[in-house]
Design a protein around this ligand. Sequence first.
Ligand code: PXP
Length: 254
Amino acid sequence: MSDAMNVLRLGVNIDHVATIRNARGGLHPDPVKAAKQAALAGADGITAHLREDRRHISDHDIKRLSREISLPLNLEMAATEEMLEIALRHVPNAACIVPEKRQELTTEGGLDVAGGKLHLEPYVLALKNKGIRVSLFIDPEEAQIRAAAEIGAAVIELHTGSYADITGHDHAGELARLQTGASLGQSLGLEIHAGHGLSFDNVVDIAAIPEVVELNIGHFLVGEAIFCGLETSIKRMRGLMDEGRGRVLGIKTA
Ligand code: PXP
C-alpha cells in the first residue's frame, strides 16, 4: 500500500458561515474567523465558492482569506472571465471549476467537461500557468473523467450529491459509480477529490475509497456547529474520515 493512500485531507467549506452573516448584512459571523478555527480543529484546507450573485462569500472575503489564513485556499468558481480575473489576482492554491446556475440552491450536477472542452482547455491552462492547481467538479461519468484528463486538469472532484441524496438499493449503485470513477481517474493520472452533501451518516464509505485524497465538506459541518460548535463538528468528521480510511488500510478503529 503506497503512502499516498494514507492521506485523506479535509477541506472545510465556509460558505454557509457567510450565508448566516449575509442574512443580516453585517459582519457576524465572520467566515475568516471560521477558517482560522477550522485550521485549529484539524482542517487541511479551506474552500470557498465565490458565486456570480455573491449570495454568500464576497470578494472581500476572498481577499482576506488569501491574506489571513495559513491553510491552502481552494477557490470554487464558475468558468467565467470575471472569475478568471479574480483567481489570477489572488492566486489561490487551487481552483475548482464548478457549473453555476443562477436559480439553483446549490451546485446541481457536475461540470460538462466533455461538451465544453473548447472553452475549458484554455481556461484551465490560464490558471495552471499562474501556478494554480486546477480541479474540475464532475459527476462520476467515464466521458467526463476522460475529458478532464484530456484537457490537462490535475484534479477531479467527484460530485457526491446523488450518492448523498439517494437511499436504498440505488445508494449502493451510486457508491459503486464513485468507486469506479475514482479508479478510472487515478489510472488516467488525475488526483481524486470528492464532495457535496457529505455528513456524519454518509462520509465513511466515501473515505474508504482508496483513490480519494481530499473531501470538501461545508453545509453539514456549519449546520452541525450550531449544536456542538465548529471545532467538535470538524473533529467528529475527521474521526469518521479516519474510520473510513482505516478500512482501506485494514485498521480497526474504536
Ligand atoms: N465541493 C464543491 C465543488 C461544491 O460546490 C460544494 C458546495 O459548495 C462542496 C464541495 C461542499 O458541499 P456541501 O456544502 O454540501 O458539503
